[in-house]
Design a protein around this ligand. Sequence first.
Ligand SMILES: Nc1ncnc2c1ncn2[C@@H]1O[C@H](COP(=O)(O)OP(=O)(O)OP(=O)(O)O)[C@@H](O)[C@H]1O
Ligand SMILES: [Mg+2]
Length: 446
Amino acid sequence: MKRNSLTAKLLAATTLALLATAALVASLSYVVITHYPGVWLEADFVSSADEVADGLIFDAADRPIALKIHSGLTSAYAALHNDMLYRVVDPDGNVLLAADANAKALTPDDKPFDSTLTRFDLVRDGNLLHVATFPLDRPGPVYYLQLARSERFQQAMTGLESSTAHEAGLTATIMALLIFSAIVFYTLRRVLKPLHTASEAAARITPGNRHTRLSTDGMPSELVPLITALNQALERLSVGYEVQQEFLTTAAHELKTPLALMRGTVELGDSPDRTTLLADIDGMSRQVQQLLQLAECSESQNYTMAPTDMALVVADATAKLTRLATNAQVVMHTTLAPCVIQADRAALFILLRNLLENAVRFAPRGSAIEVALNAQGLSVRDHGVGIDPQDMPMVFRRYWRGSNPSGGGSGLGLAICKQIAHAHGWSISVHNADPGACFQIHFQQP
Ligand SMILES: Nc1ncnc2c1ncn2[C@@H]1O[C@H](COP(=O)(O)OP(=O)(O)OP(=O)(O)O)[C@@H](O)[C@H]1O
Ligand SMILES: [Mg+2]
């Protein structure tokens, strides 16, 4: 059995609990029997009184005439008549029933019978007797039951009782241990069976049969949340896997098309169209660069968050894109409020570059692009055609390029922006500013 096994732990706990209980019971009974003999004697009196009272037989005149208790005890009262006595007496002290003939009511120092004296000791022929008097609880005439135990009888019984208690305790503990072990083994085997079945099913799950889910049938209710959570994790993984597969297929397709075109151009003969070839190569380079960037910004460990002066990064990004803007004959206006927040500077730069590249591409000649930064967020707005309202939900999807793609983009730029924004806990949205599109980043999620 493994060290960390549930069965082993339960068995160990059961064994310990049983041993502790047995030890406690044994020591308690030992202490009571040896150090508090009075307690034990009293318990003996009370149980014997009940037994004798129940065994008394009365005649038609309601007088006790016989005692019918089990034969062992009857013989004990007869044989040990100096050490183990009983008397049934009336309120005047007349003995109506006893094991020995001519018995007298038990009284200390030959005093008359006193029913209020419920516990006392007396010495008879040098033998110390402990006596108890109980009123008989029954309708009809009042009778009293007297029971006596000699001190020497008591001591003999104490020795016998404590060794019997030890042996009985030990045997009971061993028996209980065996029974408990069997029950623990059997119960755990039954309880854990659905878990074994689920483990085997889980072991068989591969990308090929990723829709298999683990059954909760017969599962202990404590384990159902675990299995449900596992199934939900499998579902998420399965969806993620499908998204990745689809992405891979699209990426391969995106690269295959320009490659086929390039091959066709080269095969045309001696004078390949250099301009088309270079444009295809540029397109592919952009595709590969954006793919790598998307892969990189999808991994949370690639981010190094640090307090970042956002105004500085925005100024840096606009400066780096000035040449692109000048070539497109657009200007960039920036309105920057000081703002320092936790961010990955390099990732933020990539985000801004993608937004600005799009804006420059769609901005009409002679128009302006407005970049604004404040403590709540940042926005990039152009005065171009804007985005068709029905295309709005698709804008941030991978490989979505709109209905009139212009400029040979890879369709990954905004997906990269969304990934970076989410990695920072920001939200990204777009709306039409009429004219033009306005992309907004909110540093706090709405
Ligand atoms: N400022 C904008 N104005 C109008 N349409 C836009 C604007 N920005 C993006 N779009 C639309 O969204 C599409 C997706 O943009 P995205 O940046 O993701 O890809 P891309 O620019 O085509 O390629 P790349 O990955 O090279 O940036 C664009 O193709 C375009 O149709
Ligand atoms: Mg783009």
